[in-house]
Design a protein around this ligand. Structure first.
Ligand code: ADP
Length: 167
């Protein structure tokens, strides 16, 4: 598997699947979630609503992942995963690792070869970027998957530098 790093906006990436750092409601939010729904259009939200009604009435659990159409985005699918809120008192790194692992598992079921990830949980959910980058890279490197390229799309220079120095 190739691991590549890009600094930029994930909604502009051509990929088979774009991963969304969603919240458990699946009904949209701020940050990367807001950008994906804004650029992708209403089709994504409609499918999220259907998933809520059919399967995730209590919300998508933290660490799990589910796919929808990518609407107008330059990708075939969006894989929504719910990162953990960072906690100083409790180690939730297994849940953050699970987001990456489960997203790749879903990508395998779709047959996605190129999957783009944001730095999950490092925005509103306050995970320190250096620690989040280490967990993300470890999880991806340890995953058993047919995905050929994992592309981390880092929004700012600091996040990019954190991933680059570890890689
Ligand atoms: P979370 O709730 O999981 O913390 P956020 O969307 O608040 O999710 O932030 C996750 C990361 O995504 C942050 O590092 C943020 O800077 C970044 N981000 C925000 N918008 C975009 C975007 N359009 N493309 C890529 N990354 C983004």
């Amino acid at each position: 598997m190739d691991i590549t790093l890009v600094q930029g906006d994930i909604t502009e990436q051509r990929a088979d699947a774009l991963v969304n750092a969603a919240n458990s409601s699946l009904l949209g939010g701020g940050g990367v979630d807001g950008a994906i729904h804004r650029r992708g259009g209403p089709e994504i939200l409609e499918e999220c609503r259907r998933l809520r009604a059919s399967t995730y009435g209590a919300g998508l659990p933290t660490g799990q992942a589910v796919a929808t159409t990518a609407g107008r985005l330059p990708a075939r699918w969006v894989i929504h995963t719910v990162g953990p809120v960072h906690s100083a008192s409790e180690d939730r790194s297994h849940l953050l690792a699970s987001c990456y692992r489960e997203s790749l598992r879903v990508a395998d079921t779709l047959g996605a070869a190129l999957v783009a990830f944001p730095a999950i949980s490092t925005g509103v959910y306050r995970w320190p970027i250096d620690d989040a980058a280490r967990i993300a890279l470890d999880a991806v490197l340890q995953a058993t998957t047919r995905v050929a390229e994992v592309r981390f799309v880092l929004f700012d220079a600091r996040a990019y530098a954190a991933f680059e120095s570890l890689l």
